[in-house]
Design a binder for this molecule. Structure first.
Ligand code: SIN
Length: 472
């Protein structure tokens, strides 16, 4: 497999002396040694993005859109190669990598269309002979810092919006998965994206690189997907320069199943919401809250479905769940498992993790005293707690500092509306286990983040309004 390994700055591939290894999560073998960007290279990337900004912002929206759609089409034409690379560096099952390439390309094509529709406003004048308008302008060069769980999609959700709006980008991919981002840079180069519009600075030191990007007055906005802890640091530092921030942070999603739910639909939704990417998503169902009258039936149906999931090497046929990303991830799931068992949880499926390959675990008798009630599990562990009734389920669901997404399963139309509105989350899936899509606003409330990605709201976050009053 031909893999891009160098930094991509100002349209050039930069080979650095310092390199860092990228590992296959399945067996820990080294896939590639990637350029480790130092401060000077990061500064070069910022300068390139600043220089390219003037030309890029002046290009008509339809032209920017056309280039974005070309990137999307090229990604799709090279789907097999890109998916195989994703499975190698992230470990996820190949079918999930294929789905991710399509999901990622959808952001580029959708934002490509939106580049033609960034409208301003005409405002009624106060006086005769006056024209008042508000136009939307790009905020400027942006830094995007992306996570390892969706190496393509979390990049394109930011990159597509930024480029469509007329901003330029310096991207810092996760240390675990820089290869996908570099593969997209190589595609961007082939598609004729002008030099400096999209720069990639891989780094083994996220704190230093993020700090450098934050400290630069040329960077006008930072978009970050990752932990709440790091999000807080970014927001504090961004305040220094009053930079814009978009933060997509941790989740602790409740998955509520009410007594009148279609239980087969709830189980199908649970499998997607819990096990996508081996449970390593911010939108993963973290706490199953099931009305007690149907808890036994739901649990038995879920156990039957979970029993069919195959764990193994992501590239092998028939595998549903690949390995966890690294040993730290295994340690976290193990800690949460041990704590829950010690505090009285009952093990119905799976076992204490012993390696990165973690077959599905199902625990019941969960209580709020357990750490997993409050922390994002980020692994294939189902934690079930019963609720007395709808009100109790809502109170339990909202018992968290996070508010990214919540799921509820019920057939009753009035309950669907009532519960969806009562749940404290930026997104709600009603009888739906997968809500993410390019045209809808993705993002959280409470400690789950600031801003929205995807949709017209996602693109507005990369623009600023300018009001112009003209005497004519
Ligand atoms: C995430 O896990 O951060 C994103 C998941 C998604 O886009 O569905």
């Amino acid at each position: 497999m031909d893999i891009a390994r160098d930094a991509f700055v100002d349209g050039k591939w930069i080979a650095t002396t310092e390199r860092f290894p990228v590992h296959d999560p399945f067996d820990g073998s080294t896939i590639a040694e990637v350029a480790d960007s130092d401060d000077a290279l990061i500064d070069r990337a910022i300068e390139a993005a600043s220089r390219a900004f003037e030309g890029w912002r002046k290009r008509p929206g339809p032209e920017r859109g056309k280039l974005l759609r070309k990137l999307a089409d090229t990604m799709l034409a090279e789907e097999d190669r890109l998916a195989a690379l994703c499975t190698r560096e992230n470990g996820k099952a190949l079918k999930e990598s294929v789905a991710e390439v399509r999901y990622a390309a959808s952001f580029l094509s959708w934002f490509g269309g939106e580049a033609e529709r960034i409208y301003g406003e005409t405002i009624p004048a106060t006086h005769t002979g006056q024209r008042l308008v508000a136009i939307r302008e790009p905020v400027g060069p942006c830094a995007v810092i992306t996570p390892w769980n969706f190496p393509y999609a979390m990049l394109t959700r930011k990159l597509g919006a930024a480029l469509a709006a007329g901003c330029t980008v310096v991207a810092k991919p996760a240390e675990e998965t820089p290869l996908g981002t570099l593969a997209l840079a190589e595609i961007a180069e082939r598609c004729g994206l002008p030099a400096g519009v999209f720069n990639v600075v891989p780094s083994s030191d996220g704190a230093r690189t993020g700090g450098r990007l934050l400290a630069s007055p040329s960077i006008k906005k930072i978009s970050f997907t990752g932990s709440t802890e790091v999000g807080r640091i970014i927001m504090k530092n961004a305040a220094e320069d009053l930079k814009r921030v978009s933060l997509e942070l941790g989740g602790n999603a409740p998955f509520v199943v009410l007594s009148d739910a279609d239980l087969d639909a709830a189980v199908a939704g649970a499998i997607v919401a819990k096990f996508r990417n081996t449970g390593q998503t911010c939108v993963a169902a973290n706490r199953f809250i099931v009305e007690q009258t149907i808890a036994e039936t739901f649990t038995q149906k879920l156990l039957a479905a979970v029993g069919k999931l195959v764990t193994g090497r992501g590239s092998d046929d028939g595998v549903d769940l690949g390995p966890l990303i690294n040993d730290d991830a295994v340690a976290k799931v193990t800690r949460l498992f041990d704590d829950a068992i010690e505090k009285g949880a009952k093990l119905l499926a799976g076992a204490r993790p012993t390696s990165r390959l973690v077959p599905p675990i199902v625990l019941t008798d969960i209580t709020p005293a357990m750490q997993l009630w409050h922390e994002e599990i980020f692994g294939p562990l189902v934690a079930i707690r019963t609720a007395l009734n709808e009100t109790d389920a809502i109170i339990q669901a909202n018992d968290t500092e996070f508010g990214l997404i919540a799921y509820v399963f019920t057939r009753d139309g009035a309950r669907q509306a009532r519960v969806a509105e009562a749940l404290e989350a930026g997104m709600v899936g009603v009888n739906e286990g997968l809500v993410s899509t390019a045209q809808a606003p993705f993002g959280g409330i409470k400690h789950s983040g600031v801003g929205r990605e995807g949709s017209r709201h996602g693109i507005e976050d990369y623009t600023q309004l300018k009001y112009i009053a003209t005497r004519i």
